[in-house]
Design a protein around this ligand. Sequence first.
Ligand SMILES: [Zn+2]
Length: 353
Amino acid sequence: MTPPRHHLPDVAEMYRAFLERDSRYDGIFLTGVTTTGIFCRPSCPARKPARENVRFFATAAAAEAGGFRACLRCRPLDPAGLPPEGIRRLVEACDANPALRLRDRDLRARGLDPATVRRWFRRHHGVTFHAWQRARRLGGAIAELGRGGGITGAAFGSGYDSLSGFTDALRKLTGRPPSASRDAVVVHVDRILTPLGPMVAGVLGEAVCLLEFTDRRMLPTQLRTLEDRLGCVFVPGETPASRKLALELDAWFDGDLQGFSTPIRMAGTPFQEAAWAELLRIPRGTTRSYAEQAAALGRPSAVRAVARANGANRIAIVVPCHRVVGSDGRLRGYGGGVARKRALLALEGWEAP
Ligand SMILES: [Zn+2]
């Protein structure tokens, strides 16, 4: 992954983001601390030094060239959100054996501290490790039922040792008993790491219906809206579509991809879907104003509604709402933070007027 090419935000903005540990600036700049010789990403949990001891860099290479070493806490050479080695191996083990059911003592036997694992999953998946495992196993069971499998086989095949435990867990997730869970609509959610921070991707069948930065404040609302619109349940897990999207995002951040070919499912109101479809017509490297966007939709007076529809876009980057700017060329708002919008546009070669 190449870091985005862009100009640094102004120093006051960077120092504020650094003090506030604002993860929306991870991948935008790095800080070197002259008293320790260490460089960090903005979200680093370490104590923050005084302004006069801080230098700012656009890339890790520049920080290293300045004589700084990478911080061992925030690991600025790794993509933001990369799990530590032990957790990576744990996820791999769960991927390899979907029925695997690991308890705290199994984590300790693997040399992992259950509290650390719980914290990491809470922070990065919004649930504990045990809830994450359970949801994945239930997702596997729903798929098995959907393929016409029997309830008993689905229960034991997904690591449940009693039918009643399975029935309860499934009812909690889908609101239905196992027999009616066969046709539950499942959206698989997967994390995708990008140079601008981790994103969460949601996949329904073969189509992506969600792509958001994980630290976007609106994310829980977006998930609830999607739940209502699709009548779906969310289950963690990788899918062919999320793998394809991850590869496309990599190429896109490297500047090797003009547009995405992973199918998408927009799931909005008719007006939102029209507005989002119009966003897809803005070529990479160009921008439009909200007024131009409203005119293109044949609704020249609906500027505010267009801005709202942009803000409600749930498939960031792929549906390029970042390409709509104020009529004076100012960036205005962006769900993932204006710094990211600026970086995305800079990456596309666009320069602020
Ligand atoms: Zn650090």
